[in-house]
Write a protein that binds this ligand. Structure first.
Ligand SMILES: [Zn+2]
Length: 162
């Protein structure tokens, strides 16, 4: 059952992607501020309250808390959930297509090797976005994201390779 196996791989990769996305958020928030990404517990940027593990479940905590900090009710930026969802989606896609093409063609897909590259790109895009808030740069970043997304889908349509 190729389909079932591919879906299971997509799920496993997707969950892993959520964790990676969560880590990326820590990087995106802390690196520009010169803070360590290894030390220090996550805290609310508004009230400074240290967050419990229950507040840190990717995407779910954000939705369950009504998109606000549990302690001070300050709205939480949607960027965190967006980065987590996007990374999970990229990983799920890599897991699904990697398994599928690998099984069909009989060789390990280069997609699995591409996954780390993809999240480095996501990290740099959001970091750039954070540092440079000019409309022109944001338009360029959007176009780059669109091109990357189209390239990501290309393996599903072998006849369309450029
Ligand atoms: Zn707070």
């Amino acid at each position: 059952m190729i389909e079932t196996f591919s879906l299971v791989m997509a799920l496993i990769y997707g969950l892993f992607g959520l964790l990676i996305g969560s880590f990326l958020n820590v990087c995106v928030y802390r690196l520009p501020r010169g803070e360590s990404i290894a030390r220090g517990r996550s805290h609310c940027p508004s009230c400074g309250h240290v967050l419990s593990p229950l507040d840190l479940v990717p995407v779910l905590s954000y939705l369950a808390l009504g998109r606000r900090c549990r302690y001070c009710q300050t709205p939480i930026s949607p960027r965190y959930a967006v980065v987590e969802s996007l990374t999970a989606l990229l990983y799920a896609t890599a897991g699904f297509s990697g398994t599928w093409t690998g099984l069909v063609a009989g060789w390990p897909s280069s997609w699995l090797l591409l996954a780390p590259l993809v999240y480095v790109i996501v990290l740099s895009v959001f970091w750039t976005w954070h540092l440079m808030r000019t409309p022109l740069l944001q338009a360029l970043v959007k176009q780059a994201l669109l091109v990357a997304f189209i390239q990501l889908l290309l393996p599903f349509f072998p006849g369309l390779a450029w």
